[in-house]
Design a protein around this ligand. Sequence first.
Ligand SMILES: NC(=O)c1ccc[n+]([C@@H]2O[C@H](COP(=O)([O-])OP(=O)(O)OC[C@H]3O[C@@H](n4cnc5c(N)ncnc54)[C@H](OP(=O)(O)O)[C@@H]3O)[C@@H](O)[C@H]2O)c1
Length: 302
Amino acid sequence: MVQATERLAILGFGEASYEIARGLHAAGLPGTHIWKRQPWSATVLSRAREAGATLCADPCETVKGADIVFSLVTPTAAPEVAERAACGLAGKYYLDLNAASLRTKEQAAEIVETAGGLFVDGAIMGPLKRQQHRVSTLVSGPEAAKLAATLRSWEMDVRAIGTRIGLASTVKMIRSVYTKGLEALVLEFMVAANHYGATEEVLDSLEEILRIGPFLLPFRQMVAELILEQAPHGARRVAEMEQVVRTLEEIGIEPLIARATLARLQWGVSEVRLKEHFADGSPESYQQVLDVIEQTALQPAQ
Ligand SMILES: NC(=O)c1ccc[n+]([C@@H]2O[C@H](COP(=O)([O-])OP(=O)(O)OC[C@H]3O[C@@H](n4cnc5c(N)ncnc54)[C@H](OP(=O)(O)O)[C@@H]3O)[C@@H](O)[C@H]2O)c1
């Protein structure tokens, strides 16, 4: 059981807040205070009871008795909610767990720090419903390591990954380029295959190709291979993707993902000119390719 001397306040009481609060309550954390806008429905009241939490009507009063504050509202509301709680934040850890962009986190951080609070950027990386307070969570910021140590004593799975505010949430956002991108990609090819009446044939063919080539390599190796291929083979892939886009259009499917794929590959060929950079041979590592892209085609990172 958790033996905590610190007290928790949570801003917002939607799904995420409920799951974390009831997990912590079951683990033995006493006396959580939660701010939720009124009206409070019967479900909200019963969920608060289940989480052993006291519901509060005023954000500033909610955080006054706490040592650690979690913000779990909607991403766009994060700065506004920090502002509403600001008068009670001096000297407190403020963990912003909203899945928000870098700028939104920075806005919230400025508000919290101006109020004397210790802002920590947080990103929930796993399935909350299944894992509740034990869900894998990344944190970053100057105070992240200290807060992570305390939260681990609450049985939370919290890992500090650096002192930069925004790092934790940006890792989550960039991860989504892959995970959500894969979802969209699967949706597009299955819609096209179904529309053309060739679902089984396409799935058979994909199962076959995915068993070979780079796709079954360990993940990092697969990523490396796919990036390395861009310099020697980018132009051919572009030509193929132009035909893919046309095919989808011809069978009546708007090729949203296919067009984006074409644009990204085309960018590597004509804007970054990867092939010309490695004219003497193929790149040896994906880092070489990324360095060329960074130097030739991108603005300096913030
Ligand atoms: N659920 C997940 O699995 C999950 C996973 C990772 C990250 N997150 C992050 O956790 C945060 C909460 O997600 P959720 O799933 O709990 O969302 P949710 O169920 O929609 O709940 C959102 C909560 O925020 C409150 N809220 C929204 N705008 C507000 C405002 N302007 N002022 C005050 N309160 C406001 C809502 O209050 P009312 O009820 O009064 O409208 C509600 O209590 C989000 O930032 C999300 O990105 C969630």
